[in-house]
Design a protein around this ligand. Structure first.
Ligand code: FES
Length: 76
């Protein structure tokens, strides 16, 4: 099915996040950031759009050097 087909295309960097949409766009209200949040940039996180540390295994397997975007908000 189309989601599985897309997930297997190696030219893609996104293999599992919202595959049924044409474009993945996420919006975060700055008030929801709290003191600090890490957002995924490797497309491997299972907690998208937040980083879950999956980049570590990806970097080890691929030799890549990707990591999260860390956004610092105001202390609570
Ligand atoms: Fe993707 Fe951390 S899991 S940057």
């Amino acid at each position: 099915f189309i989601g599985q087909k897309l997930a297997k295309n190696k030219a893609r960097c996104n293999h599992h996040v919202k595959l049924n949409t044409d474009k993945v766009v996420d919006t975060v209200d700055i008030e929801d950031v709290g003191e600090k949040k890490a957002y995924c940039r490797c497309w491997k996180s299972k907690k998208w759009p937040l980083c879950d540390g999956s980049h570590t295994a990806h970097n080890k397997e691929s030799g890549d050097n990707v990591g999260p975007l860390v956004v610092k908000g105001k202390p609570a």
